[in-house]
Ligand binder design. Sequence first.
Ligand SMILES: [Zn+2]
Length: 224
Amino acid sequence: MDKLKNRNIRFRYKKEIFAVVLCIILCVSLHYICTWECVMKTECRFMAQFENNKSRKVAADIIKECSVFPAAKNENVNREDKVNCYYENGYGDGRSFGGKRKHEGIDIMSSVDKKCLFKIRSVSDGTVEKKGWLKLGGYRLGIRSDSGIYYYYAHLASYADNIKCGDRVKAGQFIGYMGNTGYGDEGTSGKFPMHLHFGIYIKDGTGESSINPFYLLKKLEKCR
Ligand SMILES: [Zn+2]
């Protein structure tokens, strides 16, 4: 009688364990499906800004070669410090410093106005093409990918040690720290809140022109 009772209890638990495992599998699957759907949507939105087949090929190259979100919390920052980054679709917004112009990138802002809280990473493999001070961009790096796309990282607080023009970099490689340099002579900082200005430039007929990286960033962030 007892044996039969024990077997029934075991059987009942088996059913419960099966239900829990099934639930976990369903939740994980749902999470992956939602993430995948979001990634696909943001890819489509990114592609939508390209008008013809030639530029769509460039967009496909960008999607293929970019694998890393450009800002990552510095691991030396205290875990208790609530430091986050955020950004919105401010591409094309008006700017006035240095003359009336359009904003040619996306600003990834730090929630805490302190330098070096975020490490800046290359979004793709490539070669360092430009390094140094720009009146608008402050300390900046320009990295040319193998497909010819130019990725622009501006307002850095400082560079990764020894990084120089001609260096090969890998996607995800640390290249410098987030800062707020620029809008003046070399060394000027503090004219605006701490952020990374991230830009993408593609070749066109006359030279290079910027495109909107917003949906690419969303995709790299897995649509967080
Ligand atoms: Zn900007």
